[in-house]
Ligand binder design. Structure first.
Ligand SMILES: [Zn+2]
Length: 148
């Protein structure tokens, strides 16, 4: 069960603050995000990553753009591509902190608020043993914060 099958959840509404795994120290770190539909220039102004544990920090504006295509005059065009609907943050592509393997696939959330919405959807949509199983996993995932 990728999140996409939980059709009621709008993943894109939760990208202002994203909990990720720090790529340097592997502890919990934060991406200050932006709306996915905001202009790229605005995203470049706002979006940054920082880790309170190891002090690693990056501004989105300073990450390399990808060469998307070469135009008819042979000039390369660069752009930014967001990583959408997958278990990494949309801007830097860092692994999300809140992700857990279930027997129906990977379940992931950008932050606790997002996780709570997913939990509510599962409680509403699914029935029987599988629901209890998934809700138990989500509960465990939420407490992952305590282990830091
Ligand atoms: Zn770190």
């Amino acid at each position: 069960m990728e999140n996409s099958s939980l059709h009621a959840v709008q993943n894109s509404g939760f990208t202002d603050k994203i909990d990720v795994v720090c790529p340097r120290c592997e502890r919990k770190a934060l991406v200050i995000g932006a709306g996915l539909h905001e202009p790229v220039t605005r995203q470049e102004e706002k979006v940054r990553f920082s880790c309170a544990q190891c002090r690693y920090a990056i501004r989105y504006a300073n990450t390399p753009k990808l060469k998307v295509y070469v135009n008819s005059r042979g000039k390369p065009k660069y752009s930014r591509t967001l990583h959408l609907n997958t278990s990494i943050d949309p801007f830097f592509g860092f692994t999300l902190w809140y992700r857990i393997q279930t027997n129906e696939g990977l379940l992931w959330a950008y932050n606790l608020e997002h996780l709570a919405v997913i939990e509510a959807c599962i409680a509403d949509d699914l029935h029987g043993r599988n629901r209890a199983y998934l809700l138990r996993l989500i509960d465990r995932l939420r407490k992952r914060e305590d282990m830091v």
